[in-house]
Design a protein around this ligand. Structure first.
Ligand SMILES: NC(=O)c1ccc[n+]([C@@H]2O[C@H](COP(=O)([O-])OP(=O)(O)OC[C@H]3O[C@@H](n4cnc5c(N)ncnc54)[C@H](OP(=O)(O)O)[C@@H]3O)[C@@H](O)[C@H]2O)c1
Length: 338
């Protein structure tokens, strides 16, 4: 079985494709023949050693993917055979509140990830994916899709008539835009690129703003909403963008804090957060039941994930390079079996 591994030390130049023995399928487990993998920013950080420098190596990166069940262990219903499934991000977080233990079961660190030809995992750690999606589309759901779903639908409780602000045009933000539109909300989307803003307008964003050209975009967004502010911010920038998000959100609105693209540590004036009853809600992906609810919604609406490009298994390093360069819009995927 071929697998990509970070070997010896962190760094994109330390990614190697290796031949490793197939793992046995134990009681309660399934073997997936992987068909495609979706990359997330976290995977890039993991490979570069920026996510968890103490992560033991070698490690196969990535958490998203889709595969076909080709073998079932003892006590697993044989009807699973042939089904197309995705592993859930935190293998032990099927439902309920997250706990430290559940969050220690994430794929692509500390557990071995999905960028390999086979994955063996518990049957409770997989979710069936909608039939109408291509393999690459289905491979984007587990982390990026579920995170956006969790932020917009479950935590944000977005309703028709709301206004949602999505920062940047990466995987999570484009999914968040799609889910907000599905719920009947307007979406203001930001980007550093006018060309990307044109594209997200075609994809459904109602209004757009270039955050490079308008550094005080928080106030600009508030003006776009006649001074009311947005109901939910999908905050992927972190500490470096939080102050602007606070300016953009309405009194009593929610900032779903997801990423740290603009840094994890910076001074923030917290006074408006309390004076305006703003909810800053951390979001860590989501559980298996959220994944299933999201899949039902996807199927009902025929929603398709936005894929920037799909590269071959041998070219996985190129996929990481694209992500590092920020050239993509939506998702970058790796095809494993065509
Ligand atoms: N908490 C969780 O469970 C969770 C789950 C998934 C992802 N995340 C985090 O969320 C973030 C996004 O992940 P992703 O996989 O969607 O990344 P991605 O696909 O690589 O998206 C990156 C995009 O974000 C935009 N961006 C970069 N710096 C920005 C800034 N300062 N302000 C606004 N936008 C900025 C850029 O968009 P433009 O090119 O349009 O400017 C860039 O292309 C990462 O920090 C990731 O670690 C967290």
């Amino acid at each position: 079985m071929r697998a990509w591994q970070i070997e010896g030390a962190f760094g994109l130049d330390r990614l190697r494709m290796v031949d490793t023995p197939s793992e046995p399928v134990l009681r309660g487990q399934v073997r997936l023949a992987m068909r495609a993998v979706g990359l997330n920013y976290r995977d890039l950080m993991m490979v570069q050693g920026h996510y968890n420098p103490r992560q033991p190596l070698p490690l196969t990166p990535c958490s998203d993917g889709v595969g076909e069940v080709v073998e079932v262990g003892e006590d697993v219903d044989a009807r699973w055979l042939g089904r197309r499934v995705s592993p859930i991000f935190a293998q032990g977080w099927r439902s309920g509140e997250p706990t430290r233990e559940k969050l220690r079961t994430t794929l692509g660190g500390p557990l071995q990830g999905t960028l390999r030809e086979e994955v063996v995992c518990d049957v409770g750690g997989v979710v069936e994916v909608p039939d109408y999606l291509s393999d690459a589309e289905a491979a984007t759901l587990g982390c990026a899709g579920v995170t956006a779903w969790h932020a917009v639908v479950e935590q944000g409780a977005v309703r028709a008539g709301d206004v949602v602000l999505c920062l940047g045009t990466g995987g999570v933000s484009v999914f968040a835009m799609q889910f907000a539109r599905m719920m009947g909300a307007e979406v203001i989307m930001t980007s550093s690129s006018d060309a990307k803003l044109e594209r997200v307008k075609e994809l459904g964003a109602t209004r757009v703003l270039n955050y490079r050209e308008t550094p005080a975009w928080g106030r600009a967004v508030k003006e776009m909403t006649e001074g009311r502010g947005v109901d939910v911010v999908v905050e992927v920038g972190g500490a470096g963008t939080l102050q602007e998000s606070v300016d953009a959100v309405r009194v009593g609105g929610t900032i779903a804090l997801i990423g740290v693209l603009a840094g994890g540590m910076q001074k923030v004036n917290v006074v408006p957060i309390l004076m305006q009853n703003i909810r800053v809600q951390g979001v860590i992906v989501g559980d298996g039941e959220m994944f299933e609810r999201m899949n039902r919604a996807l199927a009902q609406h025929g929603l398709r994930p936005v894929i920037d490009r799909v590269v071959g298994f041998e070219d996985a390093v190129e996929a990481f390079e694209v992500m590092k360069g920020g050239r993509h819009l939506g998702k970058v995927c790796v095809a494993i079996k065509g």
